[in-house]
Design a protein around this ligand. Sequence first.
Ligand code: NAD
Length: 479
Amino acid sequence: MGVKVDVTKYPGNVINNKLVPTAATRHSVNPSTGKALYEVPVATQQDVDTAVKHARDAFRAWSQTTFSERANLLLAFADAIEANREDMEKLLVQEQGKPLSLAKTEFDMTLIWLRAFATMEIKDEVLDENDERIVYQTFPPLGVCCGIVPWNWPVLLGMGKLGPALITGNTLIIKPSPFTPYCDLKLGEIGMSVFPPGVFQVLSGGDDLGPMLTEHPDIDKISFTGSIFTGKKVMESCAKTLKRVTLELGGNDPAIICEDVDIEKIVPKLATLVFLNSGQICMLVKRYYVHEKIYDQFRDAMVEFTKSIKTGDGFEPDVTVGPIQNSMQYEKVKDMYSEISKCSWKTAFEGGVKEATNGFFITPAIIDNPPEDSRIVTEEPFGPIVPLLKWSNEDDAIERANNSKTGLGASVWCKDLKRGERIARQLSAGSVWVNSHFDVAPNVPFGGHKWSGIGSEWGTTGLKSYCNSRSLWVWKNVM
Ligand code: NAD
């Protein structure tokens, strides 16, 4: 079952199954109230070196364990998280700002993901066999891996790296975002009662910690989730030591809405899919391309639904849109909203800064058919603001949907499934849905085309990205 952790206290970095305090500390703020949360560690280069050394030592024995031994520990870890989840969900609301219902969803998903990874064995493959020889492809673990996590889904995205890394026989160091280190540190603390020392460690720190890890000569892989800007820096840094790299980066997902859809049926889902987590999800719809025949009706239905969306503190009931997670992002989103008047965009629904609070609240906005080259169409706003755009010609809609440096997700909404699939197959994105958006699953690879990333996580493909490929040739009759 694992221990119960106290979520109200300074936790210390998790190094070799010990809570290690640091000389310097820092804190994040609750984005709903602007109030400081408790102090957390600031890891130094020495802490990094120590953790990497323990991870390397632990790798020797951990990589030799059987799949079922590792799976049992992963399941025990999931049980231990479950025993702590109620307190942790509240901690997640405090540090991240998301509504409690969404924090619960994040924990639900995390447990489903961990338990699914515990069933996903990467087996040797026999590529060729005859009387003389057998050729296998085997998948040994890479070694010491490091997961760098963003602030929007710190629990699922952190544990979405842990499961694949550990089940394939690697050791892992997690580095949370400085904006949301609390739950990830507590997950490390929970892991101390489950995994052998050095197998799972957590280092929290400031802005200089990421580069210390990407530069480190004894780390074999970085799995990074975050912005395109930082992703490029990570790749550049990893190149120096030829580390394996997985990059899960930003997106600007289009949704193409065909003229045969049942508007009333799809609008609640579509509106939720844009404002969830205050728009701070890489894979939300960021551009709606709506067929001109139904454009006005669709826009009006979106507006009507959006009126019912409540913005507020994550602990208030029925809140969908919590605060923007941090002051830096708040300023970025405000800057995007300021373009509305600067560029004379028409608003179908006028949102804006919620005054008279200490939190980073911004209410949803819908932009009515802005020019295709406007910032709200070309950039990922990562806030609760979305443009509706018109189309009349299918090829043109596909071209405009694909006209982005990013390619994370994309969707087509269409009653005619043949047509929907035909359009879907022409969309350049790592995940494409017909009549949905943002479906994810632990056994389905998740990654981006173009600047949205390199490689993928989850699914067999994702698990194999934590492995080397070894071609093993065995000649039978030589001796
Ligand atoms: P970010 O790039 O600012 O930070 C991500 C992580 O990288 C943090 O832990 C940060 O401390 C660390 N970091 C910062 N500089 C670093 C450096 N030089 N070297 C190594 N690490 C460094 O991203 P963010 O603002 O936390 O997250 C939001 C972005 O993440 C959005 O663009 C969003 O689309 C993207 N995102 C992508 C996915 C995906 O799976 N594709 C999922 C969630 C978020």
